[in-house]
Design a binder for this molecule. Structure first.
Ligand SMILES: [Ca+2]
Ligand SMILES: [Ca+2]
Length: 382
């Protein structure tokens, strides 16, 4: 069902309850949103695909990074379980230039038109966007569609990338399979680009056909039906980069994931001047295309090897802010009452406000929060 987005209550406790059924229905995914379902909210919008709820092991074992001679080492440990209680949707592809340019043409994204380095726009992933640019895009997309778009949390990114796999790469443990699945630093890139001063840098012995960015979806999808997670462009995530004590020390010495969220949420109390990049890029060698590999960059960094991917919630938007009003336990409408009945009985006005409704019945309190121009969210308590 559709919850009206423009309805607002007049004020505080003078106004009361919609039916419990409204609350419960607003907290559930819309019918038919099953894992694997593909959604596109507008012609110029990114295509997203629903990934299932589940639990996975985030990070890498010591045996994995010990082989590499480079890479994240302690920044990927300890391995820890993360559980996603509900399905969510994720961009099947990195956000493309066409999608970005649609935002600009519609007056969003700060009017910023990032350069394409002469590699082409259209279906190529957008590049030269920093974290704030990426945030501006998902904010515009949310406003444009009425849906809740955002960046992925870092754990969501790795959960989606692994798609149930526990191997170094999501296609297995054989690096030579890279070129079927990802645009990385391949033989073509090794021939075209200056040699790296890094002695550990090893070119994968295959050709993927692209030195720089490849059009979205050029390679095989992973187990969740998502493309280009690793390679092509690094992908900004919501998470702040974190080191013990927030001191930028060599990550190899620490279990950086100690204290990380286990519910799939973003970790945002670290060094928030820097945000986490995931997935490696067209310039990354095989070790940096591993599912567990982590990177970070200052949030104002615009690079030709970094873009982003969107996530879309299925449960309605999170409130941007909440103003709690005193609990109201009377002036109920019966369960199942309509919005129109509430309007009539309580003189609801068409204005933005921040109502909170408490309903106490059968020992259960349900708190309904609505923020201006946002759909409902609900929490049930004892
Ligand atoms: Ca390549
Ligand atoms: Ca990527």
């Amino acid at each position: 069902m559709t919850i009206p987005t423009r309805l607002a209550w007049s004020r505080g406790c003078t106004v009361m309850v919609l039916g419990l059924f409204l609350v419960l229905l607003s907290g559930l995914p819309a019918a038919g949103q099953e894992a694997g379902e593909v959604i596109q909210d507008c012609e110029a919008c990114p295509v997203v695909i629903v990934v299932p709820a589940g639990t996975f092991l985030m990070g890498s074992p010591e045996s994995e990074t010990a082989l590499s001679g480079e890479g994240g080492q302690g920044s990927e440990r300890p391995q820890h379980e993360v559980t996603f209680a509900a399905p969510f949707a994720v961009g099947r592809y990195e956000v493309t230039f066409a999608e970005w340019d649609a935002c600009v043409e519609a007056g969003g994204c700060g009017g910023y038109r990032p350069g394409d380095e002469g590699w082409g726009r259209g279906s190529r992933p957008v590049i030269n966007v920093d974290w704030h640019d990426a945030k501006a895009y998902v904010e515009w997309l949310s406003d444009h569609t009425g849906e809740s778009y955002r960046l992925l949390s870092e754990s969501e990114w790795e959960y989606v990338a692994r798609a149930g796999s526990e191997t170094r790469w999501y296609w297995g443990d054989a690096p030579s399979d890279q070129c079927r699945h990802a645009n990385g630093h391949d033989l073509d890139a090794a021939a075209a680009l200056p040699p790296s001063p890094n002695p550990h840098r090893r070119t994968t012995q295959c050709s993927d056909g692209y030195v720089y960015t490849a059009p979205a979806g050029t390679y095989e999808a992973n187990g969740f039906g998502v493309y280009d997670l690793v390679g092509n462009v690094f992908e900004w995530t919501e998470d702040c980069f974190r080191t013990p004590g927030d001191v930028p020390v060599p990550a190899a010495q620490f279990n950086v994931y100690d204290g990380a969220p286990d519910d799939g949420s973003a970790w945002t109390d670290g060094l928030c001047e820097s945000r986490v990049w995931r997935g490696g890029s067209w310039g990354s060698t095989q070790v940096n295309l591993r599912s567990a590999a982590r990177f970070f960059a200052e949030s104002v960094t615009r690079r030709s090897n970094a873009g982003f991917r969107v996530a879309r919630d299925l449960l309605g938007r999170e409130p941007k802010s909440v103003t709690l009003l005193p609990p109201c336990v009377d002036h109920f409408l019966p369960d199942g009452s309509s919005v129109a009945q509430a309007e009539t009985q309580f003189g609801v006005e068409q204005q933005d406000s921040f109502p909170v409704v408490h309903k106490r019945g059968d020992g259960t309190m349900v708190e309904v929060v609505r923020v201006a121009s946002q759909p409902w969210s609900a929490r049930a308590g004892p």
